[in-house]
Design a protein. Structure first.
Lengths: 236, 236, 236, 236
């Protein structure tokens, strides 16, 4: 596989360098079933006093076998590529990842095709998916109130309709981000979910916690329980 | 990541040192879906002729990526920290872990957000969850009778109600520990489970066996079977 | 384990050599539940200016423990074995793999016993299985139109009936390949699926994407949803 | 951990030495959910011109963390231990494993607490569990006819009732082995399954194939299908 230029941007022995994290996290996400068949991915933003870079995995590559040489690097202020592997195409998710960086100042954005996320969008005809009174909700931030959701809160995630081309999701994703100023995620009906966070670790924690809640919500429906229903009183 | 002091407490080449076990067991628990999104964890107590120490993973760190430098160490008799990583917060589970150490003399305590545990608490409105006549029950101790549960016994695990803040569970957890002197675990409704054991390996065996029983119990309900029902006579 | 001849055909330090890929992909497929109990497998075709070789894993060997020495190598133009491990039998899938190579010019063919694939064939009495309006469909090629399926398309996979002996599937597999010129896969009722692609990576992406769709389709049926049904209008 | 004697029986750099296979296979089985909470295990028999030895993992040890030093070794003809780790107890499965070695001349016997196996025993009140017309059945031997089951055959696995103490299963296991001369497995109601084979690899293939069939059978019941029912005619 030939690469173009600026290889120093993607070569580091530091396991926490964005490029190395993208590789190790994508292996992790593959095992979670989030990036099956090259779907889904992650983009990380690195802001230092000297630069503001976006690292993105390419389109169509086996996510569990990514290598640093596969990465695209973009200069965020000018939105120009600093590094483009000659034999690869940039991810179709790029404009969506950019929405999270621009509109929310995110440090990382994760996109999954998780089946639990898709099923949650199929189990409602509404424009949001909700779950309430589950401990894991406390891992989801609520910036308007400062801090995180509480156990007794109802988590509401907006759902946008899927489009023929992934890049055409950009407008409705941005609209959902504006309409739901507290949300750290947008579900895409029959497609998956975008989740972001202030740092790569917050994005991962939030993506895992939401996926846990999506999966739990589907199981609750299978068992005849309402994920967003009230707490049933304990029988004495 | 900077660490504070007392690094010698957490640095060992022995794979069975509590700190190294916490790291390897949390990777294990992550793969079991017990500590998704930084939830859950494990605390190990090390009693030697010279000391009585509690090792605890910090709050909010990716559990499958823990490193020895992340660990908190507490002196059990004085309940003071011997080592506090400066950039991390102690786990909100700490008072709950301490309840198992103080009230039961446990050698380790495991907390999971296992979806099977949460579903078991959602499938009953009562104050306990039960299952009967399954071989795996025999891995659960019954200290009052000396030894372990039998195949023909009914396992009863108390359920306490969740609270807004994890540390507020302490009183009800301690109450359940007192009311159910044989139990090695307490379920927390809509939250997860605390499981302890005399040693780290007993705690792990008991946590795995209970999770197996929770999962089996949920599947039985899905198939129209009663986990705590009597053994149906064999058809001749 | 003794091997016969032509060992140089299967010995390479290049991780992307077909033989090494078969070994690493079969470990991957084992973890996905595709090759349980030595079922299923993969065959890769290597065309260079100098040769046109087919690499095939043997019958009855633990797929997650394959070693290069286990591989059969066939010369495609003459359909003669260049390498036959003396202590092993060629895979019963060989004629089926050959159909994909001959009829479609495939670069690799994957056979799985995936339970999701089997269940999809059990949930219909018809000669095809369908799913519509799911993002992952876009990973499936549609050569007649050039390129890939669209989100709003309905994916149709032919199902052939299983036979007593695997090699007897050849005629009906070839017939399905001819009747469905756009398909990259054929389901075998109560058995599994054959999936091929122009390259090994395309075959893998297509096999993973189809398996994702099979699994999602089964879950939809369990939840009372129709995988091939129309998109329900959003409730305002 | 101190060990007793005869360490040379369990120390080998050969990955295919029975002791090393028990360690690596138990890690494999742990990932399959077969030996959760120290349940289940495997015993391998090694017959050479010079000796006839049985290798058995101990009771109560984390199966995914077994080490060669943990192994018990028995001389089969005299049924005396050649090696007993001083700090460990022999597996309660030992008499059951011995039944497969004595009555069937097995080369290895695997015991799992697989939830799918347990569920199959709960879904019938009869003395056998059956499934028909699934490709994976062909991995199961049928010694009376020489060779293996066919696709159109019905696989019948006897179920014995569980007892308070594992060793008390011996008589009914032996009885089932005699009554079902073709079977390579016996289900134990509410407990799990014993599976054996002529070699360790055949035992593993058969255990995996049966577990695949148990799991598929449970899913079929959940979807309203009869695992042992006839093949439904294809709709034209």
């Amino acid at each position: 596989m030939s690469t173009s230029n600026a290889d120093s941007l993607v070569l580091s022995e530091n396991a926490n360098h964005p490029v190395n994290l993208i590789c190790s996290l994508c292996r992790n996400f593959y095992n979670l079933g989030w990036v099956t068949g090259t779907g889904g991915g992650i983009s990380i933003r690195e802001r230092t006093p000297d630069h503001d870079h976006i690292f993105i995995a390419p389109s169509g590559v086996q996510k569990e076998r990514l290598e640093p040489a596969n990465m695209f690097v973009m200069d965020f202020p000018t939105q120009t590529y600093l590094r483009k592997p000659l034999d690869l195409k940039p991810s179709a998710c790029t404009p969506l990842f950019m929405a999270a960086f621009s509109k929310r100042g995110a440090g990382a954005c994760i996109h999954t095709h998780s089946q639990a996320a898709v099923l949650c969008t199929l189990l409602t005809r509404g424009k949001t998916w909700s779950i309430a009174n589950i401990e894991q909700i406390k891992a989801i931030p609520r910036p308007s109130a400062g801090g995180y959701m509480g156990f007794f809160d109802t988590l509401v995630i907006p759902i946008i309709e899927n489009t023929a081309h992934e890049e055409d999701l950009k407008d409705s994703l941005e609209k959902a981000i504006e309409e739901y100023p507290d949300t750290c995620a947008v579900l895409v009906r029959r497609h998956g979910v975008y989740v972001w966070g202030d740092t790569v670790w917050k994005a991962k924690t939030q993506a895992e916690s939401l996926d846990y809640l999506f999966e739990l919500g589907v199981k609750m429906v299978q068992l005849g329980l309402d994920p967003a229903g009230p707490i049933t009183p304990v029988e004495e």
